[in-house]
Design a binder for this molecule. Sequence first.
Ligand code: CTP
Length: 333
Amino acid sequence: MTIMIDGDSDIEHISLADWADLVVIAPATANIIGKTASGIADDLLSTTIIATTAPVLFIPAMNIHMYENLIVQENIIKLSNLGYFFMEPEFGKLACGYEGKGRYPENEEIIFHITTYLKYTKDLLGKNILVTAGASREEIDPMRFITNHSTGKMGLALARSAHIRGAKIKFIHSNISQEAPEYLDSIKAISAEEMHNAVIKEQQNYDIIFMTAAVADYTLAKSSKQKIKKSADLNLELMRTKDILKELGKKKTKDQILVGFAAESENIKGNALQKIKKKNLDFICANNLKVSGKDDTEILVLGKGLEVKLIGSKFSVAHQIIDIILNSTKKKK
Ligand code: CTP
């Protein structure tokens, strides 16, 4: 097929294939996945995919039974092994009326993936990463709890970024303001104690741990099983929770990288440096409470001989934190 573009004689699928920095097939049907896996090139899309040397990202969206069909799954595995990228569909209501995995992801999620593929390689392939996020809730009674302002967005951004760069993620979260994406292996751990148990159980399995969660420093000495009825003033007795990060610092395995977070309202650098020492951390990401809670962030990353200030969206800052960690571990080797 020869087509004229801008007056030049050109072969359209080749010019498209050469021109693209990234080819995104969204939504990717079972048909186009199957065609590519079989090397079929019989129309503009399939010939462009076969002809391009740019990375190719498929965003499958289809009926749940079609998505789960073993032929489709085998095609996805085959293409993944050949270096094609896939973004997992989300769980939810599908166009066909069914509910399940196969739904077209949110545009925001697709844009995260595209931005990452344009900038990064799969440099975290083979890495196991644990990310904690969110605000703990310590129950006073069945109705009330003590919590903090953390939204969990920074932890989510780190988990997403690391996932797209090829890492296997465990995402342990307390209360977060957004749903965790389907493709993350997530566990809910609402209280500081639940977070402690979930994290410590598996800590030795991870290459990098991002302790982004805003874990409560205090919990109720005794929470009430029944709703407390109002009467006179109420005094609550609080006791310290276990410091998970400090325990991780003590148990740190060889080559494991431990990253702590610190939300400070004053003396940001000084306080953060003390936490690195006290908790045996490799890095600490300190942010000023004045700019927390928003989509953009300002973070000071400190490590051995390292001090970098990062400003931008949580997603771009997350990528830069990962870059810093990878660069400094490369230098060590
Ligand atoms: N952290 C933890 N376990 C806790 C409390 C906090 O693992 N019980 C972790 C957080 O996930 C974060 C870091 O420790 O990575 C924050 O350090 P921390 O010293 O607790 O900071 P603050 O809570 O800000 O403490 P302080 O009030 O002393 O500033």
